[in-house]
Design a protein around this ligand. Structure first.
Ligand SMILES: [Fe+2]
Ligand SMILES: [Fe+2]
Length: 154
């Protein structure tokens, strides 16, 4: 990835910060504003799912290739992705039930996500600064910025 496009690690960490910001916007919305809370949560959850999908499709396979300890780290990160998705589902179900409190699901999500993001930023993303082709970097950038998450093939 060349300098004019910025470093991959920075782009990905910036996406984490942007997601944090969207989650904070959701959390700051009063429980009585049922529709806004739901919309803000969906915005955050869709973008987080897209981030996860991009990592699993474009980044993790290269990172884990041919190295047992990197492969083990990818397995752990993917497991965390599934926990994140479960927490998102739990919050979504509570929101579907109207003004039901979502605090427990939020705590679970924050706990998994904080450690997960720190692990990626410390042990995974910097590797991509020297191991990502320009074409692949462009694809990552485009797909992170696209407005709709790609659907996983059934
Ligand atoms: Fe991740
Ligand atoms: Fe990430």
């Amino acid at each position: 990835m060349n300098d004019s496009e910025g470093r991959a690690s920075q782009l990905l960490a910036d996406d984490h910060r942007e997601l944090d910001r969207k989650f904070e916007v959701f959390q700051a919305t009063p429980v009585s504003e049922v529709v806004s809370r739901r919309e803000r949560f969906d915005r955050f959850a869709n973008d987080l799912r897209r981030h996860i999908e991009v990592e699993e499709r474009l980044l993790f396979p290269i990172f884990g290739e041919g190295d047992r300890s990197r492969r083990a780290l990818v397995d752990r990160l993917m497991e965390e992705h599934r926990r994140i998705e479960t927490a998102l589902e739990a919050i979504r179900h509570r929101l579907d039930a109207g003004s039901a409190p979502t605090g427990e699901g939020e705590t679970e999500l924050v706990n998994v996500l904080w450690e997960h993001n720190a692990r990626e930023e410390g042990a995974v993303y910097p590797w991509f600064d020297t191991h990502l082709s320009t074409d692949r970097a462009r694809e990552v950038t485009q797909d992170l910025r696209s407005s709709a998450p790609r659907q996983k093939e059934a």
